[in-house]
Design a protein around this ligand. Structure first.
Ligand SMILES: NC(=O)c1ccc[n+]([C@@H]2O[C@H](COP(=O)([O-])OP(=O)(O)OC[C@H]3O[C@@H](n4cnc5c(N)ncnc54)[C@H](O)[C@@H]3O)[C@@H](O)[C@H]2O)c1
Ligand SMILES: O=P(O)(O)OC[C@H](O)CO
Length: 335
């Protein structure tokens, strides 16, 4: 991989996939980018106008038109690195025609922050168990970074997690740009679960805002959320990690406070009285936290970690408890 031109297949056509395509194009290392998205009309539009019509439409797309396709098998076959970037809930659907043979020998990069529903697996576990990808060939991209700020070339930091630190460093060299800096980590489980949990806490943050809590309470909520995240990731994968690093605390902060956060926006609508369906319809984007809280609820039946915030979000979204009452009950449990 080091000596030959890197061939990278980006799988997904949403905001983050579009931002990642921009980052890869702006990075100066020689590479060829292939891009899969499910929507034929979007492919045609991008090939003709060099802009994604639905997401980050200000970004100029520099991928060759012949490399953009709705044929996932074809796109994957041309690459040696496959960068997964569809919401976790749609990953199985996106890869339904792909076999372990199609992915043999390829490096898998996950930019997804979610859990595969029904399987209740983070992306690395899913790719390892379903496609026999060796764990050391799986790379996770995480950290506090909104696609919208990438479009504006605002300075951002990404964490590249991989059990093979050489691979983490090699991939980092493909995405470092003037506005993207990278850190490396070998904590693939903590990085993935941290990203999953921060989405749930952003939904909680939005619900609290929606029902009328202010900044003072929000600060207490987030202080409790980082401790809850720490308890859970330590129970799942107990290694020596600093939860204050950007991939954990940083991502929790950006998602809980930013105007760009999908999960916070979704939670805010729920707090204001929208149903889940109507909030989802209102957004052109996906709030991973909605799906993740159900998966974490199932996973935590085994681990039994004390998770009052995730429990409250689950109660509102899945047991249909009134958001204002549930958040007041939660407030009594926080300190
Ligand atoms: N947006 C960000 O700033 C950002 C940053 C880091 C990580 N991520 C992660 O990237 C992943 C992709 O999120 P995003 O923000 O790009 O998505 P998005 O919300 O911008 O776009 C939604 C995506 O989901 C697809 N989609 C919607 N309904 C679908 C369906 N029924 N079947 C199949 N696909 C469907 C759309 O085609 C689109 O690609 C998520 O795991 C997210 O957590 C996002
Ligand atoms: O803040 P959200 O909910 O849009 O999630 C996007 C990214 O995960 C932030 O790092």
């Amino acid at each position: 991989m080091e000596d030959s031109v890197n061939k990278i297949a980006v799988i997904g056509g949403g905001s983050w996939a579009t931002a990642i395509v921009k980052i890869l194009s702006d990075n100066l290392k020689e590479k060829e980018i292939f891009w899969w998205m499910r929507d034929e009309a979007s492919v045609r539009h991008i090939c003709k106008y060099q802009h994604n019509p639905n997401y980050l439409s200000s970004v100029e797309i520099k991928v060759k038109p012949e490399n953009i396709s709705t044929n996932v098998k074809d796109v994957i076959s041309k690459a040696d690195m496959v960068l997964l970037n569809v919401p976790a809930a749609f990953l199985k659907e996106a890869l339904k025609d792909i076999t372990a043979d199609d992915l043999r020998g390829k490096k898998i990069i996950s930019a997804i922050k979610g859990i595969v529903p029904d399987e209740n697996q983070i992306i690395g576990e899913f790719m390892h168990s379903q496609f026999q990808i060796p764990l050391e060939d799986i790379v996770v991209i995480s950290g506090p970074c909104h696609a919208e700020e990438v479009a504006l070339e605002k300075l951002s930091y990404l964490t590249i997690a991989c059990q093979d630190m050489n691979l983490a460093c090699r991939f980092a060299q493909l995405i470092n740009t003037r506005y993207i800096k990278t850190n490396s980590s070998d904590d693939i489980y903590g990085t993935e679960y941290g990203a999953v949990l921060k989405n749930i806490y952003a939904v909680a943050s939005g619900i609290c805002h929606g029902v009328g809590f202010g900044d003072n309470f929000q600060a207490v909520l987030i202080s409790n959320a980082i401790r809850e995240m720490s308890r859970f990731v330590d129970a799942i994968h107990p290694i020596n990690r600093d939860i204050k690093e950007s991939a954990y605390l940083g991502d929790l902060l950006v998602t809980s406070y930013s105007q760009f956060s999908r999960n916070r926006t979704f939670g805010n609508m729920i707090g204001k009285g929208y149903t889940v369906k109507s909030a989802q319809l209102e957004m052109n984007m996906i709030a991973e936290g909605y799906y993740a809280v159900n998966c974490i609820h199932q996973i935590n039946k085994i681990h039994k970690v004390n998770m009052p915030i995730a429990r409250a979000v689950y109660a509102v979204l899945y047991d249909k408890h009134a958001p204002n009452i549930e958040m007041k009950l939660l407030a009594d449990e926080l300190s």
